[in-house]
Ligand binder design. Sequence first.
Ligand SMILES: [Zn+2]
Length: 163
Amino acid sequence: MSEKIHVLDSTAFFRGIPFQGTGRYYTTYHVMDEVGSRGIGAQLIHSRVQVTEPSKESLQKVKQVSAKTGDLKSLSEADASIIAVSLDLASAGGDVTLVTDDFAVRNVAEVLGVGLSETNVRGEWKQITWITYCKGCRKEYSDSKATICDVCGTKLSRKPKSS
Ligand SMILES: [Zn+2]
């Protein structure tokens, strides 16, 4: 039985961290570079998502196909890397779904036979911003590294921000 694998591009992260659902999550270092600059909690990502790099062979294949389809100019390094990693994981026997809203990425992935999912799947994708707060006195902390309340000494908790 093959394992369910989701490969995430940056549009998936901008829509929200994949927090629910089963299976394994992958992304690439190029995508993490894009995502990191937008201030999404790296710690949360690393607890759920495995960051990897594509093989040169798969990357080459992606560039060849995107040149044929006319998508080469639209594909960033991150875009190409994410399609290539999907190919690598699929050829290793995984049941791979590439999660992206990017039109060029979808187009090239489709030609290469990579399974696709849009990021905007209700129930599975959830936008989460965390708040660090004190259960004792309810003080909220913007410094997410804080662990003990400086007012009452209670160990701090985290909760999703309701917006
Ligand atoms: Zn407190």
